[in-house]
Design a protein around this ligand. Structure first.
Ligand code: FES
Length: 178
């Protein structure tokens, strides 16, 4: 019996039409150039792209696939499998609401319903004013002080519906310069 031939991805000869700006393209190509030698480079590259652009644009997928010699379907599969990766541009602030068990026992289900109602969006959505994006997260390591959430990089514990509204008003408030 002959052993299977090594896996080969046939690179695309033609560029797919892309809506990326030249700055976005530069960011994505830069992340690939910096990180593609790492073992399992796809996740760190996606992470870097999201960190710099706030999301992983749809048209980043063929670009990254080409750089890593992967198929578009493989890269797309990873982007859509992990909830962490946003496929749409995020709002000015990203709110991560914890949905894991310990927070659920402390009222996270009611908080989630309130958050969706008061923002008028579901998970992965962004408010009409572009201020807030809402994302689920599964444990923020703040289990004893649930329900927990994170606004951008800032962790918040014991979040009631009232406190949630106050935090959202604060996030939306214009920044006053000293
Ligand atoms: S379960 Fe919510 S922070 Fe751990």
């Amino acid at each position: 019996m002959t052993s299977p031939s090594p896996r080969q991805v046939i690179p695309l000869k033609t560029e797919l039409p892309s809506a990326l700006s030249s700055a976005e393209r530069k960011t994505i190509e830069g992340a690939c150039a910096r990180l593609k030698a790492l073992p399992g480079a796809l996740l760190p590259i996606l992470h870097a792209v999201q960190e710099e652009l706030g999301f992983v644009p749809k048209d980043a997928v063929p670009l990254i696939a080409r750089q890593l010699n992967l198929s578009i379907a493989e890269v797309h599969g990873v982007v859509s499998f992990y909830h962490y990766y946003r496929q749409q541009r995020s709002g000015r602030h990203v709110v991560h609401l914890c949905r894991a068990e310990a927070c659920q026992a402390l009222g996270a289900v009611a908080l989630e319903a309130h958050a969706k109602r008061s923002l008028g969006i579901d998970f992965h959505g962004t408010t009409a004013d572009g201020a807030i994006s809402l994302e689920p997260v599964y444990c923020l390591g703040n289990c004893a002080l649930g329900p927990s959430m994170m606004i951008d990089e800032k962790l918040q514990g014991r979040v009631s519906a009232q406190r949630f509204d106050a935090l959202m008003a604060q996030a939306r408030a214009p920044v006053t310069k000293p």
